[in-house]
Design a protein. Structure first.
Length: 769
């Protein structure tokens, strides 16, 4: 019976379905009158308190964690000098740390702001379908991105794969797509951050807001790179979950008698039941999941999230930083963590807003513009919790902003360094093809058209000269002034030291440019809702080209370029053509282009045309005649590697376990190594999709208008889910990371003892000789 009490929706469905809705005494439904006040929100936090909290509190703590991470990489892992470590965190990130980092990157400020707006526009179904669609879109990414780790284990950015396969033209197209995606994400983060700080802080201006955000973005990625982002993301995610849990507990379970007037489950239900919902909802009710606009927006968001996952280099970085098993399961675990946040906070905040508005002479407390800007959650938290609510929301928003924003800065930096500087601006060596070795200039991939020698350069892993050079670095020698003794790798190591310096300058300039970029976005007057939906549709036609580049040997440069460009044109035409059919036409541009059917038509046209064109053109232009040709195509992607930090060192243990050759690794080798991980990916993704696509939606749609008991059951499920996720997010990562550090210390001691024995053996041999 305890299952009935805790999860009545899942275990007592027949009983719940039998419950009757409450009697409205013939008064309901009523339509809330529009607000007669332009701005009801009164900021409670002073400008100086905001600066102290964000800069000294969050920023200062982030810098301390960044220094701590650097010490761990230097003294435990001894790889702080590697450029790749900056952008892949050593490639050994644990499962739970991957999960909380992905959760943190999935958490946009819009999840706290716009999810409540969705309920005000589409009822409970708005937030529910918003969350479900985002989850399904993200669940597809781990399975599809599995190809990256198998076919290009040394790649740090997804445009690198296009360069290895197709050359410079396709590579430039992919780089532009990746950078524009990053700029779009950063723009949305800046808009959401501006909204939150503006509504919570007194006497604030845009310049001050953008300066604070830029400092937060750079407070730790400048010091420790992607690895620090993982550590800070844990801190951010844990603090976010704790803040949401405090808000839920305070409003729903330990509210004061004054607050009880608005936030008890019964009060919220009565208010929402009495307010007339939007057209398209079942019985014009807010208390239903049967929402036409909510479902359409859900479908649109599913496509947009899927496309954004593939086009955003920040997602690939999180995937690259973990081994396949940890990466796949980490993404899936992150989905379950993330889902509890927008649902629990939006259900509570939006229903409380209806209760407050109903008590306000049945008049909206916020204007339409304020609601579209995402002010429902800030208003409710400040109204119910006062200054405490303001600080809680500021913490949630800033934590989401810091993690996602710093990841985007790292993403842009990695593309500039790996895809522009190393290839076009200042290459170490001008090579004949993308698959030539940078050390010797010879071809890495054997080809019938290539009669010259094949690269035989040794890696630095067992190079005694390199080991001695690294010991000098560990003693504090300046990298740029140190003369390396290794004749094979020394010159390239100097080049990587230069790249490390360029990386720092690149991030500094990006952070400086954040301020004018944010001010420009603010001055355009673009609304957060429009930017979130319409902006992200522009990347959807590049999903088929990116996926086919990693999964289909017959994909060609002409195919992926033509598919993406023609698909983009079709999206614009489809969206504008549909928007012109609404009242006001294109004259009411921002409203009509963001309508559900405008977005849906544009997306369908763009993705379908892009996929078909990419497939047909590739079939007409490819040179794959046999399986050997296809294998050679993937040899190109396998050739993406760093001789100073080869991926073979990362996977040596797994390769030896299956008895494979550690000299020449192929995609078949990687497939054998990660067969179990692939099985985990497929099984876990299928089970998760069953939960979120096969179980949840039919159960939700089986209800017409929720009764009081049904509403209480749904609210309890999401709130308990959030509390359970909070415990896991706070506890798991420190334990798992601590275990990994202890193992590394023990392994380092064993290697030290072996090195001493080898050194003594060499000295004895020299004395005998």
């Amino acid at each position: 019976m305890w299952l009935c009490r805790v999860f009545p929706l899942l275990f007592c469905l027949p009983r719940v379905l039998a419950l009757q809705t409450m009697d409205d005494n013939g008064v309901c439904p009523i339509e809330l009158k529009p607000s007669d006040v332009e701005q009801r929100i009164r900021p409670l936090i002073s400008k100086h308190d905001t600066a102290l909290l964000l800069l000294l509190g969050f920023g200062g703590f982030s810098i301390l964690l960044a220094f701590g991470y650097n010490l761990i990489r230097k003294h435990v892992y001894r790889d702080s000098h590697n450029l790749d470590t900056v952008f892949d965190a050593g490639g050994r990130v644990t499962l739970s740390l991957t999960a909380v980092t992905v959760t943190s990157q999935m958490l946009w400020p819009a999840d706290f702001l716009q999810s409540s707006t969705m309920i005000s526009k589409s009822g409970l179904g708005g937030s529910f379908w918003y969350s479900i669609s985002a989850v399904i879109g993200i669940l597809l990414f781990p399975v599809m991105s599995f190809h990256l780790k198998i076919r290009a284990p040394g790649a740090k950015t997804f445009p690198q794969i296009a360069y290895a396969r197709f050359g410079k033209v396709a590579h430039m197209v992919f780089c532009v797509v990746a950078l524009v995606t990053n700029l779009f994400v950063i723009a949305n983060l800046l808009l959401a951050g501006k909204t939150a700080i503006e509504v919570l802080t007194k006497d604030i201006n845009n310049e001050f807001i953008m300066l604070i955000i830029a400092v937060l973005f750079g407070s730790y990625c400048l010091i420790g790179g992607l690895g620090t982002t993982f550590y800070i993301s844990y801190f951010n995610t844990a603090l976010t979950f704790i803040s949401v849990t405090v808000f839920i507990l305070k409003t729903s379970y330990s509210s004061t008698p004054t607050e009880d007037k608005f936030v008890t489950t019964e009060t919220m239900y009565k208010a929402a039941r009495c307010v007339r919902g939007p057209d398209g909802n079942y019985d014009n009710s807010y208390l239903t999941f049967r929402s036409e606009s909510g479902i359409i927006y859900g479908v649109v968001l599913f496509v947009e999230v899927t496309c954004l996952c593939f086009c955003d280099q920040a997602n690939w970085q999180s995937r690259i930083a973990a081994k396949p098993t940890q990466g796949v399961l980490g993404f899936i675990l992150a989905v379950f963590f993330w889902f509890s946040l927008p649902t629990s906070i939006s259900f509570t905040a939006a229903m409380a807003y209806f209760s407050l508005s109903f008590d306000n002479n049945q008049t909206h407390l916020l204007s339409t513009v304020d609601i579209d800007s995402g002010y429902i959650t800030p208003y409710v938290m400040e109204s119910l919790l006062g200054t405490t609510g303001g600080y809680l929301l500021m913490t949630m928003i800033m934590m989401a902003l810091m993690s996602t924003g710093s990841g985007e800065i790292m993403s842009v930096s990695s593309i500039i360094i790996y895809d522009f500087y190393k290839i076009y601006i200042n290459p170490f060596r001008k090579t004949k093809s993308p698959t030539c070795c940078l050390l010797c200039g010879e071809e890495k991939v054997s080809d019938e058209s290539h009669d010259g020698p094949i690269c035989r350069c040794p890696t630095s892993e067992n190079c005694m000269s390199c080991i001695e050079d690294l010991e000098l670095l560990d003693r504090g020698k300046a990298a740029l002034t140190l003369k390396y003794s290794c004749q094979v790798h020394g010159e390239y190591r100097h080049y990587e030291d230069l790249l490390m310096q360029q990386k720092a300058w690149c991030m500094i300039w990006l952070l400086i440019l954040i301020v004018p970029y944010g001010l420009l976005i603010s001055e355009t007057g673009v609304n957060l809702n429009w930017g979130l939906y319409v902006g992200s549709t522009m990347f959807s036609p590049f999903l088929p080209p990116i996926f086919l580049t990693m999964a289909w040997a017959r994909a060609t440069s002409a195919g992926v370029i033509s598919g993406g460009v023609i698909g983009l044109v079709c999206i614009i035409i489809g969206n504008l053509a549909t928007a012109s059919t609404y009242e006001g036409g294109l004259g009411d541009f921002f409203t009509n282009t963001a309508r559900e059917y405008s977005l849906l038509v544009g997306l369908c046209a763009g993705i379908i045309v892009s996929g078909v064109v990419c497939w047909i053109v590739s079939l007409c232009t490819h040179n794959i005649k046999c399986k050997k040709d296809a294998d050679r195509e993937w040899e190109k992607t396998m050739s993406i590697d760093n001789s100073l930090n080869p991926y073979i060192a990362l996977y040596r243990q797994e390769i030896e376990e299956i008895g494979e050759d550690t000299v020449h690794i192929t995609t078949k080798t990687m497939t054998r190594i990660f067969r179990r991980a692939k099985m985990y990916a497929i099984v876990a993704s299928v089970l998760s999709i069953i939960i979120f696509l096969v179980i949840f939606p039919p159960v939700a749609l089986s209800f017409e208008v929720l009764s009081y008991e049904q509403f209480k059951a749904w609210l309890s499920v999401f709130q308990i889910w959030n509390m359970a996720a909070t415990v896991l997010v706070v506890v798991l990562p420190p334990i798992e990371e601590g275990i990994q550090i202890v193992r590394q210390v023990k392994q380092k001691r064993r290697r030290g003892k072996m090195s001493k024995r080898m050194a003594s053996g060499r000295s004895e041999l020299n004395s005998i000789l």
